[in-house]
Ligand binder design. Structure first.
Ligand code: ATP
Length: 678
């Protein structure tokens, strides 16, 4: 309340109503955020700043919020910067007249390219005062970098970055104490960090959402009566509205214009789940035993479904004769005979170019009175001759982009397990039993093209065991067990929920699940593996500190061909030294031969988890050893590359700690980590 009463201070007297938001003002906020780790203080800095934007230049609210969360557009727009560390170093060097060698040297010493940029600018004489950067200008500049393609794209990207950097203010007065104030509010620092994909402010997206809600509530209340301050209830209501709307329509491009037009309290009426805007899927919690499932769902009805081993897909559709408008960019959707349709991945990325065969067949399984829908399903490789599911590896051999239907060799069948929207209406709030009924009414199964996930509603342990065995015979990974009735069985977008449990057969006696880990480094191979990497350093992701915490070395589970492929892919993302947001033991003997950008996610199985001083996973989460020891994987084994996950979607440190704690007998009987099997 004190913060709310305080009228936003005016650190930028030159920023007049209607002027573009000065980028320097955003960087000042970033710098204030960077100096604290207290979430409430971070929140108040952000909401004060957003209030200022709303008061003076509401038109810039969208680019401001996007720059705050280190994004240029919604994921489904498919915009990627497409630059690595070497290009960024080149741009810093060229824009400040320093050699690449010196930049690399600085990077070795400082370890943060943002700060290298600050230091480089400090040494640069300012000949003339460039026009100050604005938030919308920086957003556009970064967008230009991302959309530059074709011949000579790399140099043109460097030139665009240089242009921004030369207009950015650094610390131009003498020496900079980058250890003391972390480089201060330097614009160059934050541009570089944005390009690197990590602002490293400890500013989680959920904090930005809460701040945005607060700022909007203040704005809406004050615009009715300038003497009023919003009540705690109004603030809480605003926050809950924005969170709910965001979970159903996670796109600021959709939400912010609607919020500015109708106000936050009316947002739910104007911004809803709608075909064209992919939502983050609901996820499941792992379990290790059928009895664990029974304990969880005690006295509640649940249902079991086969857990198909393919690729998660969300199919969105609006028929030609529907009254409903397709909400996403129509350019991203495919025109089918019957209407507009699109397929999105687990990541909300566009899969339509990968599965044109699914879209072409869509009219055969959509009933004629089904006018619009959003479907949650799994695409699975299908054996046309034997008429059965094929292993995931077969699906992997399909091309990822620009697939031509006539070239498709691996057929896929859609296995539908949930319905989120039907005929103009979101159905996520209905129970699973009701959603399933609607699902079965809206579509017609067509062999090898479209099927409903096989399900079983039996509640007895023997029935579940039998169903699990059947699922394995049908080449599935195990079972999904879901709450069937009541409000808890509603669809919870973006949540890893207790109302969905997964049982994977091979984990019944292990830790319950495989892990999806980021490749941070590698060791040169020996013997048969001399021309490739022989082993790799993997990490999980700590979502609170935004760091990658190492969790194991891995050298098992790779065929020679796979090692070669991985070598080619990883060689392109080698970096000179580890990123400042990597957390690994500092012992000399523990360092990998090469480090990589955090890009690839691999699925890995393990026998169990143990504590080790060599790794850092969960080390700060109150394990034994006061943060010296992290959790590590024993006998890890490579399963596959997870193309559908970005690095920050890897298994989180918290999940690793949860798995470790759930392990029946912890460490004592297990002995030291035995994961260095190379
Ligand atoms: P995993 O590695 O197990 O796929 P994940 O993190 O991708 O993990 P989880 O929620 O943990 O996702 O597991 C559920 C995944 O299983 C879904 O993302 C989906 O791709 C797949 N799946 C297969 N069959 C079903 C089903 N019947 N219901 C829900 N999800 C299913």
């Amino acid at each position: 309340q004190t913060t709310l009463k305080a009228k936003a201070k005016d650190p930028y007297p030159d920023w007049k109503a209607g002027d573009p938001v000065p980028y320097a003002a955003l960087c000042t906020t970033f710098s204030l955020v960077e100096m604290t780790s207290k979430r409430l203080i971070i929140q108040s800095h952000c909401s004060l700043f957003l209030r200022q934007v709303l008061r003076l230049t509401p038109d810039d609210l969208l680019p401001t919020v996007l720059l705050m969360i280190n994004r240029l557009a919604a994921d489904y727009a498919g915009i990627e910067l497409g630059i690595g560390e070497s290009l960024i170093m080149k741009a810093i060097g060229e824009s400040t007249g320093r050699s690449l060698q010196i930049i690399k040297q600085d990077q070795k010493e400082i370890g943060d390219l943002g700060l290298v940029a600050v230091k480089s600018r400090a040494n640069q004489p300012t000949m003339f005062k460039p026009k100050p950067l604005t938030v919308r200008g920086v957003h556009k500049g970064l967008m230009d970098v991302a959309t530059t393609s074709g011949n000579g794209a790399q140099q043109r990207k460097v030139d665009l970055i240089k242009k921004m950097l030369s207009a950015a203010d650094g610390h131009t007065s003498g020496k900079v104490d980058i250890t003391k104030d972390k480089g201060g509010p330097s614009e160059a620092k934050f541009i570089i960090r944005f390009l690197e994909g990590k602002l490293r402010l400890g500013l989680a997206e959920r904090t930005v959402i809460v701040s945005l809600a607060q700022a909007m509530v203040c704005h809406d209340v004050e615009s009715k009566d300038a003497s009023k301050v919003p009540s705690t209830e109004q603030l809480a209501e605003g926050e809950s509205i924005l969170k709910a709307v965001y979970s159903e329509a996670p796109s600021y491009d959709v939400i912010i214009p609607a919020m500015l037009k109708y106000g936050i309290f009316e947002l739910k009426d104007h911004c809803k789940l709608q075909p064209g805007v992919p939502l983050k899927p609901m996820l499941a919690k792992p379990t290790k035993a059928i009895t664990e499932v029974l304990d969880r769902f005690e006295n509640q009805t649940f249902t079991c479904e086969y857990k198909y081993d393919g690729e998660r897909a969300q199919i969105h559709y609006v028929s030609k004769d529907s009254k409903l408008q397709y909400a996403g960019p129509a350019s991203a959707a495919k025109k089918t005979e019957a209407g507009l349709a699109a397929i999105f991945s687990r990541n909300s990325e566009d899969l339509s170019k990968k599965y044109p065969d699914i879209l072409a067949k869509l009219p055969t399984w959509v009933k004629s009175d089904t006018k619009s829908f959003v479907l949650d399903c799994e695409t699975v490789a299908w054996d046309m001759v034997e008429k059965k599911v094929l292993p995931f590896q077969q699906l992997m051999t399909r091309k990822k982009k620009d697939v031509k239907i006539e070239d498709v060799k691996i057929k896929v069948c859609v296995f539908a397990f949930d319905l989120l929207f039907l005929n103009g209406e979101a159905v996520v709030g209905k129970s699973l039993r009701e959603r399933r009924e609607l699902l079965h009414e809206a579509f017609t199964p067509v062999e090898g093209e479209f099927a409903f996930a096989t399900s079983m509603n039996g509640q007895e342990i023997d029935e579940i065991q039998h169903f699990l065995d059947e699922s394995m015979k049908a080449s599935c990974e195990g079972l999904m067990v879901k709450m069937l009735d009541g409000s808890e069985s509603g669809y919870e977008p973006s949540k890893r929920s207790r109302n969905w449990l997964k049982i994977k057969k091979d984990y019944l006696s292990g830790i319950g699940d495989s892990l999806d880990l980021v490749v941070l480094g590698a060791y040169h191979g020996k013997g048969k593996r001399t021309s490739v990497y022989g082993a790799f350093l993997l990490a999980c992701y700590n979502t609170t500190t935004e760091t990658y915490e190492t969790v194991c070395n891995i050298g098992t589970g790779f065929s020679e061909a796979v090692l070669e492929e991985l070598h080619t892919a990883l060689s392109a993302i080698v970096i000179d030294r580890q990123k400042p947001f990597y957390s690994h033991s500092s012992g000399n003997a523990h360092q990998p031969d090469v480090w990589f950008e955090p890009k690839y996610v691999w699925e890995v199985k393990t026998a169990d988890l143990t504590l080790s001083p060599r790794y850092k996973a969960g080390a700060k989460d109150g394990l034994e050893g006061n943060g010296e020891k992290g959790i590590s994987l024993r006998f890890p084994r490579f399963i596959r590359v997870r193309d559908d996950k970005k690095a920050d979607m890897a298994t989180s440190s918290r999940q690793v700690v949860e798995m470790y704690r759930k392990q029946e007998s912890v460490t004592k009987s297990k002995g030291p980590a035995v994961d260095d099997d190379f």
